[in-house]
Ligand binder design. Structure first.
Ligand code: SF4
Length: 364
């Protein structure tokens, strides 16, 4: 759980924005070979029937063609789509708190919380309710509008879920949006989360299906899709994205975006993480990704998911102000700060405030 929006003709607005996207895709550059048939088919489907949801809106090749545009053309297209759907100078701020750290049974190759890897992360029990509420209050005071609670579990057992439901209800009562990332959900658990007042559930696809087995073996891609279906079925907003820079190819980065963009309803929130390499994890030592490739990924996410919030998540701390500014220009409009919110000050929040002031960005 590193990282740690509607229906319509998904919507009515979505049909409009899809149209823009599709037309834009046709005109995005003479070198880009774009198959518009899927896009047209998707448009027709989404407009003709509420029941017949949009499918196959973006092929992997179409998304690769976006990546291959000249950088300025890609940024222009992304910024154009962004302005059609969002205030370009507003960024949503979420705070992530790890409510249960370390000791996880899974084998995600990037994660220091996996019990099997020898990292500096120690296994800790579930936090007490009062401590979570204090952290949520601090997040609110720092300007966060959403509070995300993450637990390093394969999935919650019922006895684990009960106290988390209380946390969600209390955080919601403070006037914050609530988000949780607890791993795979079993039947009936999404309903309980909904009843407690959960607004968003985060469960990342991580990467393209073809690369997934290189990173995780203890749960399948299908397991992840099923959890997302459970979340959708009870009308909790979906937060799902992935991690870039794990050694995947550009095609596989495009493959991840295609998975997300072609969902019946794309996630309302799409966290794009840059791999943070942690000593002791299998992915430590992976060749570093060119930062501009990360910016291109943000732009491609914005173009393919026009009405989703695209979130800069893990890895942001290692990016220069310049690269972060380019990410906002490419359409990122949500950030996480406080991977681990400290009780004594939050330097990350301070530096974000300075960056926002430099860029004239307002918090949502
Ligand atoms: S499931 Fe466990 S190992 Fe995988 S990312 Fe979450 S905490 Fe880390």
């Amino acid at each position: 759980m590193l990282g740690l929006s509607t229906d319509s003709c998904a919507t009515t607005p979505s049909a409009t924005t899809l149209g823009t996207t599709a037309l834009g895709a046709i005109t995005l550059g003479t070198e880009a070979i774009i198959n518009t048939e899927n896009i047209k088919a998707g448009l027709n489907k989404s407009c003709h029937s509420h029941e017949e949801k949009t499918v196959n809106r973006w092929s992997v090749d179409e998304i690769v063609a976006l990546y291959e545009l000249p950088f300025s053309d890609l940024m222009y297209r992304a910024q154009t789509v962004h302005r059609e759907n969002f205030n370009p100078n507003a960024v949503q701020v979420s705070t992530l708190l790890s409510i249960k750290t370390g000791g996880c049974s899974e084998d995600c190759g990037y994660c220091p919380q996996a019990a099997r890897y020898h990292t500096e992360v120690e296994s800790e029990p579930l936090m007490a309710l009062d401590d979570v509420i204090a952290a949520a209050q601090e997040a609110k005071d720092n300007g966060a509008s959403r509070f995300c609670m993450g637990a390093a579990w394969r999935g919650p057992k019922q006895r684990d879920l009960e106290p988390v439901l209380k946390m969600i209800a209390e955080v919601k009562a403070m006037g914050l949006e609530t988000c949780a990332t607890l791993g795979m959900l079993k039947e009936g658990q999404a309903e309980q989360l909904k009843d407690a007042g959960l607004d968003y559930y985060n469960h990342n696809l991580d990467t393209a299906p073809e690369f997934y087995g290189e990173v995780i073996t203890t749960r399948t891609y299908q397991d992840r899709l099923e959890t997302l279906d459970r979340v959708r079925s009870v009308d909790i907003n979906v937060c799902s994205g992935g991690i870039i820079g794990m050694g995947e190819s550009r095609n596989q980065r495009a493959g991840l975006l295609a998975q997300l963009a072609n969902m019946e309803r794309p996630p309302e929130s799409v966290p794009i993480n840059l791999l943070t390499q942690v000593e002791g994890t299998p992915l430590h030592g992976t060749e570093e990704l060119d930062p501009l490739e990360f910016v291109r990924t943000i732009a491609a996410a914005r173009i393919t998911m026009p009405s989703s919030f695209v979130r800069l998540s893990a890895g942001r701390q290692s990016m220069s102000d310049g690269i972060q500014a380019m990410c906002f220009l490419a359409g990122a409009n949500s950030i996480f700060y406080g991977e681990k919110l400290l009780t004594t000050g939050n330097p990350e929040a301070d530096s974000d405030k300075k960056l926002f002031a430099k860029l004239g960005i307002n918090k949502i």
